[in-house]
Design a protein around this ligand. Structure first.
Ligand code: SF4
Length: 516
């Protein structure tokens, strides 16, 4: 029987037709031809292809400036890479960069004419922007504490890097229906947010022929956006050596059978919903050959990949320092300063977590007092009890074309205001995004705030927000639920304050919004 991919019989959307004409990653061949062209003469035809280079044309689109995202698999960089990232931000990115919720960084204000030099500098230190955006496998994320974590079944970083290497630049899988997000973590704290990834490997054990193996459970089909879905378990146990094979098979199914007619329906979550887990697993096993059925799931809790404060590592005599970066925006000079600390006291390493913070591992316990006395920690708090430390926010209308509202400025005001008014041992997680795309994961927040279009009583457009409460990824996850109505930006702070007041007055000990 001839094999026919589902999409071969579908009416394709315009992006799909363009991707059939030319592979997205081929955009790098185009840059040398178009880089000297004045920006106003660059065709919008390229905008979709730019994504494959990690680029989004920034608003206003007439300026020829870009948001540029760098891929950082597992969120781990060397000191030299951190210094380069900081230096680039200083020279070309307006002096700052943003830490993303997928352990990467992104710049704003990168000029078109400077792109080739920027790519060269990034690739010279072993990093890349290739596939940081576009309809392709995005940055593979993992446990921010991989290898140093007391709550880890084993260090999954080598497996994660094999997945990254397999897909990186692989033109067999560079034309997917939409983006594809993979997480690989062996932390029992679900530290890579498995349920909101398209494909997640999370720790499991399995007794086979009397021997207990450490490996992975598999979840498929998570994702946020207008219609959020939590990933579902497949009845599989996967050894570390089988992970690339399984990841390739899942991505191949998605490539060949994911929907390409309507981009709003193109994520793998919709295919899984239509097929069901049983059919999906049957198709997967046709590609991989036999795999063991599910073992014992050993995930016990959910850390949200949030890594703050000073904590002992698994390695005796060493600690890591998790540094809160409110709203994820960090000045170039501050990143350079943290790189210096990692160089002097750590092991040539800085990491990014899933909550827009950074951490420096392998600080000798004997050096800790000296390190935390560095002047930079007067500005970057190591205490972990502030709303600012737990909040997250996306780019918003400052740079994002899709944003309906501002985000970073209102989030800063809101979280500071809550810190001024409340003190909890562990504050509620307040996440604010500028539209329904939920780049900062507002659906899994205790209080998720989303920018929406609204009009005032004179029918003039205003910035407004919806509020939802009770999100979590504990116990396989639960999305927060909307409170009816839209809140104008002008009264957002007092409204959220009232909400938190009710929580403070009525909650039992350790009760979260999810429990209410
Ligand atoms: Fe832009 Fe919306 Fe994503 Fe925020 S959530 S960065 S506004 S697309």
């Amino acid at each position: 029987m001839t094999y026919v991919a589902t999409w071969a019989t579908e009416k394709l959307n315009k992006n799909e037709i363009a991707k059939l004409e030319k592979d997205g990653l081929a955009v790098f061949d185009d840059f040398s031809k178009i880089i000297n062209t004045p920006w106003e003469n660059i065709s919008k035809y390229y905008y979709m292809y730019f994504k494959y280079a990690g680029l989004t044309v920034q608003k206003p689109q007439t300026d020829g400036k870009f948001m540029l995202r760098v891929k950082i698999p597992a969120g781990m960089i060397t000191v030299a890479q951190a210094k380069l990232l900081a230096n680039l931000a200083l020279r070309r990115g307006g002096g700052f960069l943003d830490i993303t919720t997928r352990q990467s960084v992104q710049y704003h204000n990168i000029k078109f004419s400077e792109l080739l030099d920027t790519f060269s500098e990034i690739e010279a230190v072993g990093l890349t922007t290739r596939g940081a955006e576009g309809d392709i496998n995005r940055n593979v994320i993992g446990n921010p504490l991989a290898g140093i974590d007391k709550f880890e079944c084993f260090d999954a970083t080598p497996t994660l890097m094999k997945v990254h290497t397999f897909f990186q630049g692989n033109t067999d899988y560079s034309n997917l229906p939409r983006k594809f997000k993979i997480s690989v973590s062996a932390s029992t704290m679900n530290s890579a947010n498995a349920e909101i990834n398209d494909l997640a490997f999370l720790p499991a054990t399995k007794k086979i022929n009397g021997q207990v193996y450490k490996g992975f459970a598999v979840k498929v089909g998570g994702g946020l956006g207008a219609k959020p879905y939590l990933a579902q378990y497949l009845d599989l146990f996967v050894k570390p050596s089988q992970v690339v094979k399984v990841a390739e098979a899942v991505v191949r199914i998605y490539r060949d059978h994911g929907y390409r007619r309507n981009r709003a329906k193109a994520r793998i979550k919709f295919l899984l919903e239509d097929w069901g887990v049983a059919k999906f697993t049957d198709e997967l096993l046709k590609l991989t050959g036999p795999l063991a059925s599910a073992g014992e799931n050993i995930t016990t809790s959910w850390s949200n990949g949030l890594v703050l404060g000073v904590h002992p590592q698994r390695q005796s005599g060493y600690s890591y320092i998790g540094v809160s970066v409110p709203t994820g925006r960090i000045a170039a000079k501050d990143l350079a300063e943290f790189a210096k600390i990692a160089e002097q006291y750590g092991r040539d390493e800085i990491r990014f977590d899933h909550s827009q913070n950074l951490l420096i591992p392998f600080i000798k316990d004997t050096d800790l007092a000296e390190v935390v006395a560095q002047p930079i920690f007067e500005r970057f708090s190591l205490e972990t009890s502030r709303f600012q430390d737990y909040g997250m926010t996306c780019t918003g209308n400052e740079y994002c074309n899709l944003a309906l509202t501002s985000t970073k400025d209102i989030s800063r005001q809101l979280l500071t205001y809550l810190d001024d008014n409340f003190q909890f041992e562990r504050p509620v997680r307040v996440i604010l995004t500028g539209c329904m795309n939920a780049c900062a994961h507002r659906n899994i927040a205790d209080i998720g705030i989303q920018g929406v279009a609204a009009r005032d009583k004179n029918r003039q457009p205003i910035e407004a927000f919806t509020i939802a409460i009770g999100g979590t990824l504990l116990n396989d996850g639960h999305f927060n639920e909307d409170i009816k109505g839209k809140v104008p930006k002008s009264i957002l702070l007092p409204v959220v304050k009232d909400l938190v007041s009710v929580y403070a007055e009525q909650k039992h000990e350790n009760e979260t919004f999810y429990d209410l």
